[in-house]
Design a protein around this ligand. Structure first.
Ligand SMILES: Nc1ncnc2c1ncn2[C@@H]1O[C@H](COP(=O)(O)OP(=O)(O)OP(=O)(O)O)[C@@H](O)[C@H]1O
Ligand SMILES: [Mg+2]
Length: 491
């Protein structure tokens, strides 16, 4: 079968000297999903940005329908039928979906008169229904992503690049995405699919290529012939063991207590009673958007508490500053909001730790030492501490965020999707650190959309649905089925 596009011998050296790709070739075929796997920093996003015309390769060539092609920018690529969907949607938040569609059609050269008809066709192919007159900023991430896919297909994409599309999706939303991809395949689109989640590869990929440190280590494998363990080993070498909890049982001291808490952000949450003791991991499961964000905000102090009490390490209704000063840590769920990407890695570390440490941190030597410790211990790959945080691969940004908090050995940790975007080995490593933190006596509240993660680490699992806790299960009873029932709101 002839590939739609082919990348040949691609080398990419970034201006600061990082050799992200070292002779990589990749072919995308019509009607096939080609999964591109590799550890954090392997070069996956870089390769796709080259295909999308966003950055230029240092060497190597691109063939479109067998003929050499050169894109001067993404607009060129879009006009030739290449579409890329990033981890974080790139729609204009203050415009409506429809306005965003028209903007994209203008770049793609689609006449406005055809817009409605084409959208209708794309809706049929993907099964996606997105409210066209909604403002993008009012939509959850999943809906924004569906809007992006919809408009790409409507604009006549022949190649669809999905860079970790499920990082911000619920498991249910993955099903919808998988159906849309099936539809796209039937229309003959070529799909490049980047993910760290191996079950997804087994579910939808037709072929697999694995990158390691900028080189291809396995090309066009048949995923049905490889187990998840084998794929993982190809990506990262030996896997660290699965984390285990020693489960000494919780201590007496309560590190987080919530009583009669009412808080309002996008929605209202009410929590009658919730406690985390030292030595315990309390998981909070739920379909995203059921009040997790509000509850987390009310614990740290970002979301207004309307009534009731939150006590963190003895501080009653703490402000964020009091929260951190008490020795509590927080890994927020959305790294795009928690990091300032055009500031350096070291500066970001200063922001992330400033509230705990105060101005004493703000000397070059202290900051440099903290960076060396954190980067060394957690294997953060950056060109230097003064490189912009945006030059880190997505996974390395996530590592920076998690490491900055874990490294301080907090007595209470509130972690929201701490392993989102991490490769399989690093995921195990970070989960291991959370387990160890609890085994050593800290209390942890783990909010995660990944049920496996919750079940693996938690002593008890609380389930949130429509702003209310619908049940709390001890580890032995916290099965996916029971949690699922409570997620649906069954009390
Ligand atoms: N704009 C940039 N400037 C300098 N170096 C960069 C830039 N973007 C990426 N890099 C470097 O290139 C290498 C590959 O990064 P890339 O983002 O392609 O990895 P990835 O495979 O997508 O990883 P992840 O799974 O973490 O998303 C990394 O070492 C990264 O630090
Ligand atoms: Mg990436």
């Amino acid at each position: 079968m002839e590939p739609v596009v082919e990348l040949r011998g691609i080398v990419k050296v970034y201006p600061d000297g990082v050799r992200a790709l070292d002779g990589v070739s990749l072919r995308l075929y019509p009607g096939r999903v080609h999964a591109v796997l590799g550890e954090n920093g392997a070069g996956k996003t870089t390769l796709m940005r080259i295909l999308y015309g966003e950055i230029k390769p240092t060497r190597g060539e691109l063939l479109l329908d067998g003929r050499p092609a050169r894109f001067r920018g993404t607009r060129d690529a879009i006009r030739r039928g290449i579409a890329m969907i990033y981890q974080h949607p790139r729609l204009v938040p203050t415009l409506t979906v429809w306005e965003n569609v028209l903007l994209y059609f203008a770049s793609a050269g689609v006449p406005e008169g055809e817009a409605e008809e084409r959208l209708e066709e794309a809706r049929r192919i993907t099964g996606f229904d997105v409210p066209l007159d909604a403002r993008v900023e009012d939509l959850p991430l999943g809906a924004r992503q569906r809007a992006e896919i919809l408009r790409s297909i409507a604009a006549g994409a022949r190649v669809l690049i999905l860079d970790e599309p499920t990082t911000n999706l619920t498991p249910q939303e993955f099903e919808g995405l998988a159906r849309a991809i099936e539809g796209a395949k039937r229309e003959g689109l070529a799909v490049a699919y980047i993910t760290h989640r191996l079950p997804e590869v087994k579910a939808i990929a037709d072929l697999v290529t694995v990158l390691r440190r900028g080189r291809v280590v396995a090309s066009e494998l048949d995923p049905r012939g490889a187990s998840e363990e084998e794929l993982a080993r190809l990506m990262v070498g030996e896997l660290p063991p699965r984390p285990s909890r020693s489960r000494g049982g919780p201590g007496d001291r309560v590190v987080l207590s919530i009583e009669g808490l009412r808080a309002r952000g996008r929605m209202e949450v009410f929590v009658e009673r919730l406690e985390v003791r030292e030595g315990e991991v309390l998981g909070l499961a739920g379909v995203e958007g059921n009040g997790q964000e509000e509850l987390v905000g009310a614990i740290v102090g970002y979301t207004p508490r309307l009534s009731g009490r939150v006590v963190v390490l003895g501080r009653v209704n703490p402000t964020p500053r009091e929260y951190y000063r008490a020795g509590a840590a927080y890994i927020p769920g959305d790294r795009s909001k928690a990091l300032v990407l055009h500031f350096s890695v070291a500066e970001n570390l200063a922001f992330l730790r400033y509230a705990h440490e105060g101005p004493a941190l703000l000397t070059f030597s202290r900051l440099a030492r903290l960076y060396r410790e954190v980067a060394g211990e957690y294997g953060i790959v950056a060109e230097s501490p003064w490189a912009p945080a945006g030059s880190l691969s997505g996974g390395n940004q996530q590592k920076l965020l998690a490491a900055s908090q874990l490294h301080m050995r907090p007595r209470f940790l509130l972690a929201v999707n701490p392993t989102r975007g991490l490769d399989v080995a690093t995921t195990r490593y970070v989960r291991g650190l959370i387990a160890r933190l609890a085994d050593e006596g800290a209390g942890v509240m783990l909010v995660s959309s990944d049920l496996d993660e919750i079940i693996e680490l938690s002593d008890r699992v609380a389930v949130i649905s429509r702003g209310r806790i619908t049940g709390i299960l001890p580890a032995g009873k916290a099965t996916p089925e029971r949690i699922g029932l409570l997620m649906g709101g069954a009390a």
